[in-house]
Design a protein around this ligand. Sequence first.
Ligand SMILES: [Fe+2]
Ligand SMILES: [Fe+2]
Length: 267
Amino acid sequence: MRVLFIGDIVGSPGRQIVQHRLADIVAQRQIDLVIANGENSASGFGITPRLAEELLNMGIDVLTGGNHSWDRREILEYMPHESRLLRPANFPDGNPGSGLYVGTAKNGVKYAVLNLQGRVFMASIDDPFRKADSELAKIPADVAFVFVDMHAETTSEKLAMGWYLDGRVTAVVGTHTHVTTADEHVLPEGTAFITDVGMTGPHGGVIGMDRQGIIRKFLDGLPARFEVASGDVQMNCVLIETADEAPRNAAGRLRARSIERLRFLID
Ligand SMILES: [Fe+2]
Ligand SMILES: [Fe+2]
């Protein structure tokens, strides 16, 4: 089984490169399932119902979120009606939506996607580690592929989650910093891991936003509105391949055979 994960999609340049490239990538690399982080798809801040539908219609099966999931107010009402749009599971109980989705990929394999968010240098939401335990316990036994998007600021919290879930899920992939790390590997018990996939959008600014505004903010410290950057549009992804013939992990899920970083550019 081959699964593509697309790092944080930023603004219209991010959406456009996915629109441009995804169908070919899926066909050429025989992808069975596509997951993407969409927390920055609305001009860098949040996601709207229209944009969620646009991205799902491009061939993305499940959208994950993060600290920006709630930036657009209109998503609050929509989220409970679209189970394929996730937000971090460890937001406090009572928030709309869910952090866990269970579905069937186009190859017939049942899969689950779990979205978590870190707490170091981020909002003090619920414990992502204990929340991972309780959410993973909800996943039916016949689910073969389990994917975790760990949306977090620090390398240490993400790698700790990778080790914590090694042998219990097929992949733990970090998002949020928008900067790709070069540490993709498969942990000893078969869980694929990378600290951060990086982002899908313009790299001509600072983590997706226009560089002049960001530099000014560092110089004067005043509140500022940021615009999406332009130039050097990249689509940063990882491709996870499962070891279908290998024994399942301790939780009965597929092990990863490999994790590969992929970077696509605008033609
Ligand atoms: Fe992001
Ligand atoms: Fe984020």
